[in-house]
Design a protein around this ligand. Sequence first.
Ligand SMILES: Cc1cc2nc3c(=O)[nH]c(=O)nc-3n(C[C@H](O)[C@H](O)[C@H](O)COP(=O)(O)OP(=O)(O)OC[C@H]3O[C@@H](n4cnc5c(N)ncnc54)[C@H](O)[C@@H]3O)c2cc1C
Length: 387
Amino acid sequence: MISLEVPRKFSALINQAHQTAAEVLRANSRKYDTAEHAYPKELDLLASVVDGLNASSATGGAGAAGVRRTERNGTPKNTNGTNMSTALSIMEMCWGDVGLLLSMPRQGLGNSAIASMAITEPQCGSDSAAIRTTATLDGDHYVLNGEKIFVTAGQRSDSVVVWATLDKRLGRAAIKSFLVTKDTPGLTVARLEHKLGIRASDTATLLLENCRVPKENLLGNPEIDTSGGFAGAMQTFDNTRPLVAAMAVGVARAALEETRRLLTDAGVEIDYDRPVNSQSHAAATFLTMEADWEAAYLLVLQAAWLADNGTPNSLQASMAKAKAGRCGNDITLRCVELAGTAGYSEHSLLEKWARDSKILDIFEGTQQIQQLIVARRLLGKSSADLT
Ligand SMILES: Cc1cc2nc3c(=O)[nH]c(=O)nc-3n(C[C@H](O)[C@H](O)[C@H](O)COP(=O)(O)OP(=O)(O)OC[C@H]3O[C@@H](n4cnc5c(N)ncnc54)[C@H](O)[C@@H]3O)c2cc1C
C-alpha cells in the first residue's frame, strides 16, 4: 500500500541537504543572481558532500537509474528508494537555490560530473519528435550535425546527452540519445543566454558540426522500432518530471517561510483552528497557499513512490509536474504581493524566487504539455488523437 510518510531512514539525508542548502546555496543566492555567468566556485567544495548524500540514499546513487522493486521471501515489499530520497533532497536544495542546484557537481550520468541534456532546437521545443539534429553511422562512429539551444549547464558540463534522429523519414522511432563528451571535436558552445531567473545556472547554445562519437555512445537500443514509437525516449521524463516538480515545491516553501516571518513581524496572526473566512485576508491567503503547497508536495511523493516501486507513473509524474509547476509560480508571486515593498525589492529573496520558479513550469514539458499528457492518459487517447 502506498505510504507518503517521509521514511525515518531519510532524516539524516534531508538534514544534510538542508544544512548545505542554507550554508552554501542560500548564502550565495543573491551573489550569483547578480553575477550572471560567473562560475559559482563555492560549489566545487560540495562534490564530497554530494557523494555523501548519494551514499546515504537507499540505493546508493542519485538520479533515476536506481528504480527497483525489492522483494523479501518472494513477497513484493514497499520501497522508499532513490526516487523518493532524490526528490526530498532536491526540495531542500531548492529551498536554498534552484539555479545553484542545477550547477551542482556530481549530477551526471555515471556519477562523473555534470551531464547536460540537449533536446531543444530552434524549430523544436514542446514537440520533441520534430528534432532535426542528425546522427549518421560511419564505420564505428556516429556523425552528429545540428544546433541545440537552451541547454542547462551546457557550458559547465563535462558531457552532454544529445537527442538526434537516425533517419528523419522514420519519425519519432528514429530519435536516439547520444553521450557526447565536451572535448569531442565539432562540439562548440556558441553562446550563453541572459535570463529572467535561475541566473546562477548557465544556459547554452551548442553547435554540432561533423561531431564524431563512438557508436557505443548511442544510449539504448540502436535499432529503429517503428512499432514501439517514441515511448522509450519519453520514459526518461517519468523519472525526471517529479524531480523538477520537487524543485518547485522547494522554492515555494522558501517563499512561504519568508512570508510567514514578514507577516508575523507585521502582527498578522495565522490561526489553524479557525476557518479562513473568519481571518484577515493575509492570513486566509497564506493558509490557502499552504494547502495548495501540500497538494503539490504529496503529488511529488506519490510519483516518486510509484517509480521506486516499479509501478508505471507517467500520469502521476505529469500531474505532479503540472500541479507543482503552477503552484511554484502562484505561491512565489503571491508572496511578493503579500509582502508589499519587502517582496518587490532586493532586500529579500522573494522577488528572486518568483523569477526562479517560472522555469519550473516550462522545462521538462510545459504546463500545457503536462495537462495534455494527463488528459490523454485519463481519456485513453493517443498523441495522434489528442494534440
Ligand atoms: C532556462 C531554460 C533552461 C532549459 N533547459 C533545457 C535543457 O537543459 N535541455 C533542453 O533540451 N531544453 C531546455 N530548455 C528548453 C525547454 O525545455 C523548452 O523551452 C520547452 O520545452 C518549451 O519549448 P519552446 O520554448 O520551444 O516552446 P513551444 O513548444 O514553442 O511552446 C510555446 C507555448 O505553446 C504551448 N504549447 C506548445 N504545444 C502545445 C500543445 N500541443 N497544446 C497546448 N499548448 C502548447 C507551450 O506550452 C508554450 O506555452 C530550457 C529552457 C529554458 C528557458
